[in-house]
Design a protein around this ligand. Structure first.
Ligand code: 6PG
Length: 469
């Protein structure tokens, strides 16, 4: 058995087990490692053929079983556990072996680990893996970053197991150091934005259009057949038809409206602030998860204030407007995420190719959508595009849908239906496309109270005025 397995994986939870079975389905032999004997046995049993899929609790047996350079993927929770697993493997590895962290690790942790392991002769990859348990089993989108040379050893396996979009694998080498984890982080930020938008539109259709869950299910299913086609719209349609097995109700109505988070959306926002790149649709999606957590306070406040009764709407035109507004806002969420990636690429020296990133998001991942084919084309046509909104191919898409966004945002405001994602998307659009913003006044105020100086529109230089009090 020594030196015979092509791929090793530590962490045989659902994701790990599914990933290994996917590797084996694609013609590579894989060896798993986990401290939990039950998980090890379950994998061996499910794998069927121990020549193809095997596993052990013993790290030495695991390492010995792998062909060199060893390719060992970690699918363990992000944080200290990753460091602990690395430390336990390190004495057993040889120069040139490869460790791939497939979790949602924070990108600076990946940089630290990469530098540390490089000194020890080990290649370290941070590789975002998206698509949940099903994706891991049938084809995820994989976002690897690390040494370009070492990637050649991993490439055949990753290309075989990744999701395919029209035969093209949803994986590519993204860049050095933490490029892979960074791209996955922003993927998740966009994911937060799209989820928030999808749920706001659901709320609007329910409260303003009085659509039943069955009508909502059909509406999202119809949309999924058109330009809004995406994983999140598709699963929304399916969720809306699920019955509760504990009551006679639809399951969605029985789920508590407090959304949890593991931090990747927040990291995207925090880092965008550090870079000075506006991503308001992602920011507000994070804030809404925080507001959602304040259930008791919200309930108390709800009883203290009057709220308008939503004005009646014509169902069919509301549905049509919602489709347009959701499409508009999805574009804004992708535009913001891509803008952040463009800037981070320069700041951190990743050398990202945004067209390649959009390309590997077209299938397998949570934010996969028909729109990503258009985004891929836009960046292929103009690799240096600063923002999707500056692409000629997007002007018509945005121009044709922004009116619906305006109408719904104003309806929501007048009728007390919170649409923070949609209104932020609209505000982002209006601000980003404004040649002149009122921030001249902010500059004047800063100079007035703190002599912070300002620039002028008619000549170069830095100015300060002795303001008359
Ligand atoms: C994916 C997802 C996944 C993420 C979940 C939960 O691409 O498969 O992004 O990596 O962990 O979506 O994230 P939250 O718990 O933060 O919502």
């Amino acid at each position: 058995m020594a030196d015979t397995y092509d791929f090793g994986l530590v962490g045989l939870g659902v994701m790990g087990r599914n990933f290994i079975l996917n590797v084996a389905d694609n013609g590579f032999s894989a060896f798993g490692n986990d401290l939990d004997q039950e998980k090890v046995s379950a994998l061996i049993e499910e794998g069927g053929n121990p020549q193809k899929v095997n596993a052990t609790t013993d790290a030495q047996v695991f390492v010995n079983a792998l062909s060199t350079p060893r390719k060992i993927m970690l699918l363990v929770p992000a944080g200290k556990i990753v460091d602990a697993v690395i430390e336990s493997l390190l004495p057993l590895l040889d120069d040139g072996d490869i460790i791939i962290d497939g979790g949602n690790s924070f990108f600076t942790d990946t940089d630290r680990r990469e530098a540390y392991l490089k000194e020890k002769g080990i290649n370290f990859f941070g590789a975002g893996v998206s698509g949940g348990a099903k994706g891991a089993r049938l084809g995820p989108s994989i976002m690897p970053g690390g040494s370009r040379e070492a990637y050649q050893h991993v490439k055949p396996i990753f290309e075989a197991v990744a999701a395919k979009y029209k035969d093209e694998p949803c994986v590519t080498y993204l860049g050095p150091k933490s490029a892979g984890n960074y791209v996955k982080m922003v993927h998740n930020g966009i994911e937060y934005g799209l989820m928030q938008l999808t749920s706001e539109i659901y709320d609007l259709l329910k409260k303003a259009g009085k659509l039943t869950n069955n009508e909502l299910h059909r509406t999202y299913a119809d949309w999924n057949g058109g330009r809004l086609q995406s994983f999140l719209v598709e699963i929304t349609s399916e969720i809306l038809t699920q019955k509760d097995d504990l009551t006679d109700n639809d399951l969605v109505d029985m789920i508590l409206d407090k959304a949890k988070q593991k931090g990747t959306g927040k990291w995207t926002s925090q880092n965008a602030m550090d870079l000075g790149i506006p991503v308001p649709t992602i920011d507000i999606a994070v804030s809404m998860r925080e507001i959602s957590a304040l259930k008791e306070e919200r309930t108390k406040a709800d009883s203290l204030y009057d709220r308008p009764t939503p004005e009646e709407t014509v169902k069919s035109s509301l549905v049509d407007q919602c489709e347009q507004a959701l499409y508009f806002a999805f574009i804004m969420a992708y535009a913001q995420g891509m803008h952040q990636l463009a800037d981070a690429s320069k700041e951190y020296g990743y050398g990202l190719d945004l067209g390649e990133i959009a390309k590997i998001w077209r299938a397998g991942c949570i934010i996969r959508a028909a729109l990503l084919a258009d985004i891929t084309e836009a960046y292929r046509a103009e690799p240096e595009l600063q923002n999707l909104l500056l692409s000629k191919s997007f002007i018509g898409k945005v121009q044709g849908t922004v009116k619906a966004a305006r109408e719904l945002v104003s309806y929501g405001a007048l009728n007390g239906i919170p649409l923070p994602g949609l209104s932020n998307a609209l505000t982002y659009f209006d601000a980003y496309t404004s040649q002149r913003l009122p921030l001249n006044l902010i500059q004047a105020q800063r100079d007035y109270f703190g002599s912070h100086t300002y620039e002028r529109i008619d000549r170069e230089g830095i100015y300060h005025t002795q303001w008359e009090e």
